[in-house]
Design a protein around this ligand. Structure first.
Ligand SMILES: [Zn+2]
Length: 274
C-alpha cells in the first residue's frame, strides 16, 4: 500500500462515522462559534459553523451521548444566545465527567479544564451549566427525566460493570453480544425518539441566579483570550486582513512587508524598562 492509498473505509463521504440517517432529524443541531483571531489577538466576530460531523471527529465516534448533549447545548444556546454564536473566548462550562459530554462541552464553549473554565459535576447527567465570564450570566440545561429509556440506561451501566462477569451474572461471550445489542438499541432510540424531536422539546433550560459552581481542576492562564477586547489596529494594514486566508504574497523575511515606523520598532524587539 503506498502512502496515497486511502485507509478510510468511505473515502468519498462521511457516512460511516457521521451516519447518513442523521438527515432524518427534524432539527439536527449545528452551532456557530467565534474565537480570538490568533494566538494573542482580539476577538474575531466572524462565526464558524460546527456540525455534528465535526463533533464526531473531535470526540472520536458518534454516540447517543454526543447527540443528546448536542441537543441539550442547542436548547441552551437558543435560550441564552438566540441568533448569536458561542463566544469561545468568554464561556465557562460545567458538565458531567463523561467522555462524550465533556468533549462536547469543551469543543463548543471553548472552555478548558486546564484553564479552570471546564468544571465537573456528575449530578448534571445529560446537562450543562454555561456561564458568560464577562457578565456572570448563567444558564443550566437538563434532559427531561425519563426521556432516555431507563432500560437502555440500565444496560449501559451493566456493560460497564466488570463485576457482572466476575460474579458470573454475565458470560463474557454474552457481554460481547449485549454490547452490540445495546448499541443497536441506543441508535434505534436516537432515530425513533431524539431525531424526530426539537432540542427544546426534551431539554429544559433555566437561568441560574447565584450559581454555585464546582471548583476548578486547574487554573492555568489562557493566553489566547487576554487581548480579546483590544480594538483593531488603525494605522498598520496587515497583509493578513481580513484573516490568514488572504492572498498575501510570500514574504522573504519576517518583517519584509511591515512598513516603517513599525518595521524598525518591531525589529528592535520589545521595550525594556530603564
Ligand atoms: Zn461517545
Amino acid at each position: 500500500m503506498d502512502a496515497s492509498t486511502p485507509t478510510h473505509p468511505d473515502p468519498t463521504g462521511t457516512g460511516w462515522y457521521a451516519p447518513d440517517w442523521l438527515d432524518e432529524a427534524v432539527a439536527l443541531p449545528q452551532f456557530e462559534v467565534i474565537d480570538a483571531r490568533s494566538a494573542q489577538s482580539r476577538l474575531d466576530l466572524r462565526p464558524k459553523t460546527v456540525t455534528i460531523a465535526d463533533l464526531v471527529l473531535f470526540h472520536g465516534h458518534a454516540c447517543d451521548g454526543l447527540l443528546r448533549g448536542a441537543y441539550a447545548l442547542r436548547a441552551l444556546a437558543d435560550a441564552a444566545f438566540p441568533g448569536r454564536p458561542f463566544d469561545r473566548t468568554d464561556l465557562l462550562v460545567v458538565s458531567k465527567n463523561s467522555p462524550c459530554l465533556g468533549d462536547l462541552a469543551a469543543y463548543l464553549t471553548g472552555a478548558r479544564a486546564r484553564f479552570g473554565t471546564h468544571r465537573l459535576d456528575d449530578r448534571l447527567g445529560v446537562g450543562f451549566i454555561v456561564q458568560v465570564l464577562s457578565s456572570g450570566e448563567t444558564w443550566e440545561v437538563r434532559e427531561e427525566p425519563g426521556f432516555f429509556p431507563p432500560l437502555i440506561a440500565a444496560w449501559d451501566a451493566a456493560v460497564l460493570n466488570p463485576g457482572l462477569v466476575v460474579d458470573g451474572l454475565l458470560e463474557l461471550a454474552d457481554k460481547a453480544e449485549l454490547v452490540a445489542v445495546n448499541e443497536a438499541a441506543q441508535w434505534n432510540w436516537v432515530r425513533a425518539e431524539l431525531l424526530p424531536s426539537r432540542p427544546a422539546d426534551h431539554y429544559v433550560v433555566r437561568v441560574l441566579n447565584d450559581a454555585e459552581l464546582p471548583d476548578a481542576l486547574h487554573d492555568g492562564r489562557r493566553t489566547d483570550i487576554v487581548n480579546r477586547d483590544l480594538p483593531g489596529p488603525r494605522g498598520f494594514l496587515s497583509p493578513y486582513e481580513p484573516g490568514p486566508g488572504s492572498t498575501a504574497p510570500r514574504p522573504a523575511t519576517v518583517a519584509a512587508d511591515i512598513a516603517d515606523p513599525w518595521r524598525e520598532r518591531y525589529l528592535a524587539g520589545p521595550p525594556q524598562r530603564g
